[in-house]
Design a protein around this ligand. Structure first.
Ligand SMILES: Cc1ncc(COP(=O)(O)O)c(C=O)c1O
Length: 491
């Protein structure tokens, strides 16, 4: 939304936009097939990635409405779900969150007692508080671009770190509503539960290990935990006892990135134990690349070797996925059954040759505020701490009630401009914790109440990447720095 048209804004702050019942694509394909996943697709032979890439895998994706497809008993569905459609199966098996064991339930009750509410406050569209606009069309465009690069494979959308700063409670439901999105991935229990509470019903996974309590909590919210520690079989055994059923998990294998995952050198007996363990339901297996092209290929070879070994041992590893944004753009051999991008969805190209020519990514958000004060300074008067701006001649200045703590970098002073009513105005009087002062000029061309866009797609000077460059802060740090308390408006 460009300045001055705030009244036209559809405010959907934090509300769910999941597309139950309206999704087309993978979910519909599954329903139309009567939910009868061809059993040959789940044979160990068919579980090899080279036989499982492309639209067939996508067709296996199931509904996220938490119900087995018509004509399929729940039990039969759960049986089928353990195979190649593992990730989607989680969603298909999903049911309303179940009660937790005393410790976890108590903790969550305590949290609720401290003010977690299901109904977030909705900001007035005339508000003088700043806000963040989330551009649903731009997100969908980027998701489609990612799906195109992935040859139509489903997107496991990474919405970690509070949705890369833009707000997981808003982005989770938004992204889960796009038919190209087969699931949502994050890295914290808190994020996963928040997105479930916000209405996400798609399959969801956490790309992290957890304590017994956390694994239990995730499973009760129909979220798949990841495991990579040596003692995973024992811990999953304990959690399965509490749940009274096998624990659905994703196996994270470290093929050389050296951050998370079971090191591939020790992975084989561990995988075999987990796959054969009655307390464990392996839904997917994945790895993460290091974004070094030569070493990526080495990692891929290690992963392939491990998959071939598992195939030879007839060990079903569930859905195979590997590629975040960088490899989605540069390593087409690693697309497997789903791709797992975050950055691309947020409009951020990966490094590496030719990335920008491979896809057209759009900016997905605006940081906005209304002008709350317009005053004329006489020559010699000043504005801001330490008299940051000194008027050499009569000059109008404007105040925006948005600042550093909202996520607008202080280094924007003297380097950035703000768009109001189609014109750019320089930031000159400082970016304070909650305020920013602009020079308007000798004419009073803005009024109190006008909408200012500090970061957004509406002018090259305020593009997220332009602001990142001008402030020397970096794209990711800009978006990750957006204050979680800024109201989110989906437009
Ligand atoms: C395990 C894992 N997969 C996928 C992603 C998404 O990466 P990107 O945002 O670069 O696409 C991340 C993010 O760091 C990650 O940690």
């Amino acid at each position: 939304m460009v300045g001055g048209r705030a009244d036209a804004v559809l405010i959907v702050t934090l509300s769910g936009r999941d597309s139950d019942g309206t999704a087309e694509g993978p979910a519909e394909a599954f329903r139309e097939s009567g939910g009868d996943m061809n059993s040959s697709d789940h044979s160990p032979a068919a579980s090899h990635p080279r036989q499982r890439t492309g639209p067939r895998a996508r067709d296996c994706l199931s509904s996220d409405n938490g119900r087995p497809a018509p004509g399929l008993t729940r039990r039969r569905f759960v049986e089928l779900a353990g195979g190649a459609a593992g990730l989607s199966a989680l969603g298909a098996c999903a049911s309303a969150p179940q009660p937790m064991s005393a410790g976890v339930a108590g903790a969550r009750r305590g949290e609720a007692g401290q003010g977690r509410t299901a109904e977030p406050r909705v900001q007035s569209d005339q508000s003088f508080d700043p806000w963040l606009e989330i551009d649903a069309d731009a997100f969908h465009h980027n998701v489609r671009e990612a799906a195109r690069l992935a040859g139509g494979r489903p997107i496991l959308a990474v919405v970690k770190n509070n949705g890369y700063g833009l707000g997981d409670r808003t982005l989770g439901p938004l992204l889960a509503g796009f038919p190209e999105v087969g699931g949502i991935a994050c890295v914290r229990v808190e994020e996963a539960v928040a997105m479930r509470e916000a209405g996400v019903t798609r399959p969801m996974m956490v790309m992290a290990e957890g304590s017994d309590d956390e694994i239990e909590e995730l499973v009760r919210h129909d979220v798949m935990p990841s495991v990579w520690l040596d003692d995973a079989p024992r811990r999953l055994d304990r959690v399965a006892q509490r749940l009274g059923r096998p624990v659905p998990v994703q196996l994270f294998v470290d093929t050389g990135m050296g951050r998370e995952g079971m090191p591939y050198t020790r992975a084989r007996p561990w995988i075999e134990e987990l796959v054969r363990h009655p307390s464990v339901d392996v839904r997917a297996t994945y790895t993460m690349f290091s974004h070094d092209m030569d070493f990526d290929r080495e990692q891929l070879a290690r992963f392939e070797e491990m998959l071939a070994w598992a195939e030879g041992r007839r060990l079903p590893l569930g859905t195979i996925h590997a590629s975040p944004t960088f490899e989605l753009f540069h390593l087409p051999e690693a697309l497997y059954e789903m791709v797992r991008p975050g950055n691309a969805l947020f409009g951020n190209y990966p490094s590496g040759e030719g990335a920008q020519s491979k896809a057209d990514l759009k900016p997905v958000f605006r940081l906005c505020a209304r002008v709350v004060r317009v005053e004329r300074l006489e020559a010699g008067e000043s504005a801001g701490f330490y008299r940051t701006f000194k008027a050499e001649r009569p000059t109008w200045v404007a105040l925006l009630p948005v600042g550093r703590t909202d996520g607008y970098p202080s280094s924007a002073n003297g380097t950035c401009e703000v768009l109001i009513g189609g014109r750019l105005y320089p930031v000159t009087g400082g970016v304070n914790s909650a305020h920013t002062i602009l020079t308007i000029g000798q004419e009073k061309t803005v009024e109190v109440g006008d909408v200012a866009t500090l970061i957004g797609p509406d002018h090259p000077a305020i593009l997220p990447h332009a602001v990142a460059e001008r402030t020397d802060v970096g794209f990711l740090r800009i978006i990750q720095g957006m204050n979680p308390r800024l109201p989110r408006r989906v437009v």
